[in-house]
Design a protein around this ligand. Structure first.
Ligand SMILES: [Zn+2]
Length: 88
């Protein structure tokens, strides 16, 4: 599952808002621009479910393999016994 997050930010004031729908973000963007004549931009991110939390925990890239990247001694490389029969 993926979610979309749209962050609307204004270059001319501290206005900032986050939306899950592009249409909502566009309304805010247009409204702020038309009422204040500020320079408003948006940033669209596609988020895979769980990546945000995992990324925060790991502080790296959110992939489980990276979770212990800073402590390799905790999880040393294992002999690849699980694939011993997968000969080609
Ligand atoms: Zn503004």
């Amino acid at each position: 599952m993926k979610r979309t997050r749209v962050t609307v930010t204004c270059a001319d004031c501290s206005m900032e808002s986050t939306h899950e729908k592009l249409s909502d973000a566009r309304v805010v963007l247009d409204d702020h621009e038309s009422t204040t004549d500020h320079d408003v931009t948006w940033e669209i991110e596609a988020l895979a479910a769980g990546v945000t939390r995992a990324g925060a925990d790991a502080g790296v890239c959110g992939r489980p393999e990276c979770a212990n990247a800073d402590s390799p001694l905790v999880d040393p490389p294992r002999p690849d016994t699980s694939k011993g029969r997968d000969e080609r």
